[in-house]
Ligand binder design. Structure first.
Ligand code: HEM
Ligand code: HEM
Length: 189
């Protein structure tokens, strides 16, 4: 696929393309919003409006995350190998491993979120605009199992993404290399 950021002289690119950067930061925002919304509603009394609103926002963000992840992976596969690795040796292996685990956990979390909702017997509504139908019936007895797994995966993603963010900041402020700059929006470089 033609790459808009590759120059005519085919010099290697210095940063991720605009779509990858947009997908990355949208994913990060959604994940933080999804996690924070659940932590806040868990502090509120059952039946309150704010609790219900936060749950609705969570479902809508979840649907948005599902679409973002699918588009992001398709884009990633289509543009594979365009950008040389920012590091080498063990660091490169560790970074690739963390990125792959994050992709897998995000996909798993989306699937668990949908199954959890269907086990609740509730609709998946996107900001009140439309609802995603139940593709198949999920046994309501599985509700707490899916809930526990969804919660466990949520914490794993947050811890791993937190370590990943700390590593990116270390690259920038301690090692002073271009790892973080490659993922920054053009306007901030
Ligand atoms: C990385 C993304 C996500 C994170 C970090 C996350 C996190 C959480 C957490 C921490 C809870 C509370 C669990 C508990 O208290 O036992 C929760 C509940 C829930 N999540 Fe997610 N979630 C994510 C994505 C999704 C997605 C994609 C969907 C599906 C659209 C979804 C649907 C739900 C549902 C239905 C609940 C239960 C709501 C209720 O109690 O009524 N989540 N989520
Ligand atoms: C929930 C939050 C986050 C998630 C789920 C996430 C996920 C990912 C994934 C999957 C990649 C691999 C991209 C690819 O090559 O396809 C990536 C790359 C990257 N992320 Fe994140 N990220 C998050 C937050 C952050 C934050 C807060 C920072 C900065 C402080 C950051 C900095 C970076 C950088 C610099 C790269 C490129 C690394 C490289 O070129 O080797 N990420 N992220």
């Amino acid at each position: 696929m033609a790459n808009p950021d590759t120059s005519i002289t085919s010099r290697p690119r210095m940063h991720y393309d605009h779509a990858t950067i947009a997908f990355h930061w949208l994913t990060a925002l959604l994940v933080v919003g999804l996690f924070a919304s659940a932590q806040i509603w868990n502090q509120l009394e059952r039946g309150t409006w704010l609790r219900k609103d936060l749950q609705s926002i969570h479902i809508s963000f979840g649907i948005l995350l599902a679409v973002t992840i699918v588009l992001r992976i398709v884009w990633r596969i289509a543009n594979r190998g365009d950008l040389p690795p920012a590091t080498s040796g063990l660091q490169e292996i560790a970074a690739k491993l963390v990125h792959m685990v994050l992709y897998i956990l995000l996909c798993l979390q989306v699937v668990l979120g949908f199954l959890f909702r269907w086990a609740q017997g509730e609709p998946l509504t996107f900001f009140g605009l439309f609802s995603i139908p139940h593709f198949f019936t999920v046994d309501p007895a599985m509700r707490s199992t899916f809930g526990e797994m969804h919660n466990l995966v949520a914490w794993t993603i947050i811890v791993l993404a937190g370590l990943h963010a700390v590593a990116a900041l270390m690259h920038h402020y301690v090692l002073k290399d271009r790892v973080l700059v490659r993922m920054r929006p053009a306007a901030r470089r």
